[in-house]
Write a protein that binds this ligand. Structure first.
Ligand SMILES: *Cc1c(COP(=O)(O)O)cnc(C)c1O
Length: 429
């Protein structure tokens, strides 16, 4: 009995002190590692793991990262997938984010040794990207940008909005509710399909705080319709906020109907709001472009402090603005011929088929815009194994097949996808 190797098992704290686990303790915390050590020792005691293999077993059981968020390979063909974290950051943005994780001069002038404007480098990059804006602000997200603008211009007063622009952005969040949460009252004008300038003009009165024009980013109304453009709205004698949603800073010839900040300001908008993690391809943030006077009013609002974003976001945003070749723009502009070749290559390896696939912009943007691409078609019963594998691969189901659309997969990851599929195929009953 005394030579039963199981009796020679080390104590928990001895295993925990093993040099091979040192980096895991630093990364994941000793509490978690201890729990896993205890479990591995229990396995060794029952003979399922050799006594000499406890540390190896601990290493194989430990999560690879301290965050429970799991990286996903997006094979859905949807470029801005809100459930998958919208825009993936560029290498430059990731680098900037990591570099700013410690103490940084985000609000400090190192030359003078005094307080400085928070995120001034990021604001300068935004001003350079949209020279027509006299003032730029960065807040937590697109919804926060609209909230701050409406609060500054119309809290306790009326906001005039077209009935065709009363938008729900998703997950039950509705922009009219967001605007009334500021204490502003919504004055609806026009009808679902048609609103004309006279509708707005008739609604303006002493209670009017501003007109808000919202880009209906996630739906299209077609047929007998009429909307009022920014230039026309700018002729009304009240401030005009334009929520363009997706955050193109300048026109993109691939998305001709998508509004952009520069054009909206040039047409006469007083305030333009948008998200930074949609078409701009940056971190989650809200951008506000405005006249100097309105910008100062928003900046001085107590709400601005509650909505401000952190240094990591400011760093990633600045890097994105300085180098706009983001994974988002690469995926959006991917060449269908090249996608086809990649899919055919992968399909050949897997004994599968390459098929045409329709991608989308997503993120509540550019509805109706189809991005023609290609996918690898697989049996649907692989979907769960692929989603729960490492790396997690998420495709989409269509016509009784699981399709892996490679538009949003960096080409360098093709091998990992093929290997994940092979493992899923090998693991089938
Ligand atoms: C996406 C969107 C929003 C919300 O932006 P978030 O960054 O998700 O808060 C607001 N308005 C429009 C028109 C949008 O498309």
């Amino acid at each position: 009995m005394s030579d039963d190797p199981r009796r020679a098992l080390p104590r928990v704290d001895v295993v925990l002190g093993d040099p091979r686990l040192e980096s895991a303790v630093l990364r994941l915390g000793s509490g978690l590692v201890k729990t896993v050590v205890t479990a591995a020792l229990a396995e060794a005691r029952s003979g399922r793991v050799p006594a000499t293999g406890v540390v190896d077993r601990v290493q194989s059981l430990l999560p690879r990262r301290a965050s429970s968020l799991r990286p996903v390979i997006n094979a859905t063909g949807v470029v801005l997938h809100t459930n998958l974290g919208r825009a993936p950051l560029s290498a430059a943005a990731i680098d900037a984010m990591v570099a700013s994780a410690g103490f940084v001069d985000v609000e400090f002038d190192l030359t003078e040794g005094i307080r400085a404007r928070r995120g001034r480098g990021t604001l300068a990059a935004l001003s350079a990207a949209v020279p027509a804006a006299e003032q730029v602000l960065v807040v937590n997200n697109g919804a926060a940008a609209l909230l701050l603008a409406v609060t500054a211009l119309a809290a306790g007063r009326e906001v005039i909005v077209s009935r065709g622009e009363m938008v729900e952005i998703g997950d039950n969040f509705r922009l009219p509710d967001l605007m009334t949460s500021t204490g502003a009252r919504i004055r609806e004008v026009g009808t679902t399909n048609r609103t004309v300038l006279a509708d707005y003009a008739a609604a303006i009165g002493p209670e009017t705080g501003c007109v808000v024009k919202i880009h209906p980013s996630n739906f299209v109304v077609s047929g007998f319709t009429s909307t009022v453009g920014i230039a026309q709205l700018a002729t009304l004698a009240v401030p005009l906020i334009v929520d363009i949603g997706s955050g193109l800073l300048a026109p993109d010839r691939f998305l001709p109907v998508e509004p952009d900040a520069a054009t909206s300001l040039a047409a006469g908008a007083d305030v333009v709001t948008c998200s930074a993690d949609k078409l701009l391809g940056g971190p989650q943030a809200g951008l506000i472009f405005s006249s100097a006077e309105l910008g100062e009013r928003m900046r001085r609002s107590p709400l601005a402090r509650a909505l401000r974003c952190d240094k990591l976001t400011l760093a990633a945003l600045e890097a994105t603005l300085r180098n706009p070749t983001t994974p988002t723009s690469v995926a959006l502009h991917a060449d269908p011929g090249a996608l086809r070749q990649r899919c055919e290559r992968m399909a050949a390896i897997l004994g599968a088929q390459a098929v045409p696939s329709e991608g989308a912009v997503g993120g509540g943007g550019a509805p109706g815009v189809v991005l023609p691409g290609w996918a690898v078609a697989l049996p649907t019963d692989l979907a769960v194994a692929l989603r729960t594998g490492d790396p997690a691969v998420v495709g989409y189901l269509s016509d009784g097949r699981l399709l892996l659309d490679l538009r949003c997969v960096p080409e360098i990851d093709d091998v990992r996808v093929a290997e994940a599929v092979q493992r899923a195929l090998d693991g089938r009953p």
